[in-house]
Design a protein around this ligand. Structure first.
Ligand code: DON
Length: 308
């Protein structure tokens, strides 16, 4: 589809305004290949529900989607298990960092929501109980929803995280100790790390999560990714839990359901209207893209739209 001319000038204006923030913030030291990504990267893709797309910056360059993959994990878990997933995870904001251990101890092994690490590890375990290759199934879901059969894991990133992911190991063993992880810890974590390592461009992300704006249809209109009811629920959990302990600030500033990853990507959704993907590797204190969040705030401010 041709780019929407007005949307493109809007994105160019935003790109110019956020320039002072690009390069600021920290890179995730816990995953060495991500700490080596050039700080000057920035991309933003706005995809309307009618398929018109506008882009600025490094829009076709792949980034490590990291926790954005938690939307795919939740979608697949809902497809497989429906409302049964809610016996394994809650759906309340955590008010804690994404990799925190303390709440899981206090709440006896039931993660606060599917978008913190403990919740996504639990749902990966749930998927592994149903499918032999949960990571492959999530990758296939990403390929189908984005309409891009070449999407894949970055196995160097997955291996780096497997070597350094001690907090995730601790979370998984904690879950196991509480009886909320049914499979072998190493198999679950291997799948989880591979899923986090999925490599997608902002163009891929905007297409892959078009279904959250369209009521469930994939970007190419050929498959139903989720029912309308499931879409409402995924968006609700994104709004309340998608950016961890910044969920309140993000809702206040951006006003859209959003999901971030430590690779510096963020996907946000205006149901019925558009999906937007943004990327800038520098992160704020809570692990969310600094320039990316500001770009989204500018977008909703300039468009005068939000879910509120
Ligand atoms: O499990 C982890 O810690 C990383 N693979 C993903 C964390 C993440 O992306 C948090 N996002 N802002």
């Amino acid at each position: 589809m041709m780019p929407a001319v007005d949307d493109r000038s809007l994105l160019q204006e935003i790109h110019a305004e956020i320039q002072p923030l690009v390069g600021q913030g920290r890179l995730p030291a816990s995953i060495p290949p991500l700490a080596a990504v050039p700080r000057d990267r920035f991309a933003m893709v706005l995809r309307r529900v009618d398929g018109r797309e506008a882009a600025v910056g490094h829009a076709a360059e792949p980034l490590s989607i990291q926790s954005i993959s938690k939307i795919l994990i939740l979608t697949l878990a809902m497809q497989l298990e429906g409302d049964g997933i809610w016996t394994r995870v809650y759906r309340e904001p955590s008010g804690n960092p994404y990799n925190s251990l303390v709440q899981l101890e206090r709440e006896e092994g039931i993660p606060r929501n599917p978008f913190i690490n403990a919740g996504a590890i639990t749902l990966t375990d749930l998927i592994l109980s149903r499918l032999d290759d949960p990571a492959g199934a999530v990758r296939d879901l990403a390929r189908r929803s984005a309409g891009n059969q070449s999407l894949d894991f970055d196995l160097e990133v997955a291996a780096a995280e497997a070597a350094t992911g001690h907090r995730n190991r601790a979370l998984a063993h904690f879950l196991k100790a509480f009886g909320n992880l049914h499979n072998d810890v190493d198999r679950v974590l291997d799948a989880y790390f591979r899923i986090c390592s999925l490599s997608m461009s902002c163009q891929d992300l905007a297409a892959a999560f078009a279904f959250l704006a369209s009521g469930g249809q994939s970007a190419d209109g050929t498959s139903e990714m989720a029912t309308r009811r499931q879409v409402k629920r995924i968006n609700a959990v994104m709004l309340t839990c998608g950016v961890y302990d910044s969920a309140g600030d993000f809702a206040y500033r951006v006003g859209l359901p959003g999901k971030s990853g430590v690779g510096g990507g963020i996907v946000a959704v205006m149901p019925g209207r558009f999906t937007v993907a943004v990327w800038s590797p520098g992160l704020d204190e809570t692990g969310n893209s600094l320039a990316g969040t500001m770009a989204l705030e500018l977008l909703t401010t300039k468009l005068g739209v939000s879910v509120f």
